[in-house]
Design a protein around this ligand. Structure first.
Ligand code: ADP
Ligand code: MG
Length: 223
């Protein structure tokens, strides 16, 4: 089995006052090595909740999440953090870049945390950002970049540590349609070049159709 991620019977409920909301009602999902899967569903259907669970950003779920063969549900916090750092990369709708650091440093820092040397981290940041057309933007701060450029930096950061799986939550949702198309195409190209798998949440059918496979979230289960 070379599944990068294998999710079985994943359930997530939230309590709002007296009401219990069942958002995920038993999700089964496999993402294979290098596969790019679109997670399609309307707003409020639970896409972000599912990505947060698979991203090991939140406990509180029932079921099994195996990442690279390791059962996340069985891990303590330290183990989850290690697995997250080693295997996963994240892109969000809003870039979440560090505002006081340059584009290059935003891609260098996660590599240093991961144990890379500064020289190697800078070389990789330069290569990733250049591949995304940002060779002339390395020393710019996020606020000096356009929205599309900011998301490109976020893409480079997500791939910096060569993750098995990139989790992307509406990665172009904050961009105008033309820019979203270009940035998504670049994101998909780079993920493929790097050999990572990706799970990409979107409510946009047209964007979802550009990926290898589409799964639809409906009433808390995948169709
Ligand atoms: P999507 O990303 O598809 O728009 P979400 O995963 O953000 O959907 O939300 C799915 C449902 O779960 C929504 O009804 C939302 O209100 C609810 N929800 C998400 N996070 C929480 C939370 N921390 N507490 C309570 N309800 C939540
Ligand atoms: Mg969401």
């Amino acid at each position: 089995m070379n599944d990068t991620v294998s999710v079985r019977g994943l359930k997530r409920t939230f309590k709002q006052g007296e009401t219990i909301i069942q958002v995920l009602r038993g999700i089964d999902l496999d993402v294979r090595q290098g596969e790019i899967v679109a997670l399609l569903g309307p707003s409020g259907s639970g896409k972000s909740t599912l990505l947060q669970a698979v991203g090991l950003l939140e406990g509180g779920f029932e079921g099994s999440i195996r990442i690279n063969g390791e059962e996340a549900a069985a891990l303590e916090n330290d183990g989850r953090t290690r697995l997250r750092r080693n295997a996963l990369g994240f892109v969000y709708q809003f870039h979440h870049l560090l505002p006081d650091f340059s584009a290059a440093e935003n891609v260098v820092l996660p590599q240093l945390i991961h144990g890379a040397t500064r020289a190697a981290a800078e070389e990789r940041a330069d290569a990733l950002l250049s591949s995304l057309g940002l060779a002339q933007r390395l020393t710019h701060r996020p606020s000096q970049l356009s929205g599309g450029e900011q998301q490109r930096v976020a893409v480079a950061r997500a791939l910096a540590n060569r993750p098995l799986l990139v989790l992307a939550d509406e990665p172009t949702g904050n961009l105008d349609e033309a820019t979203a198309d270009i940035v998504l195409a670049e994101f998909l190209r780079l993920v493929r070049e790097e050999g990572s798998a990706a799970l990409v949440a979107t409510h946009n059918e047209r964007l979802a159709a550009k990926m290898d496979r589409v799964v639809r979230l409906h009433d808390g289960v995948l169709e």
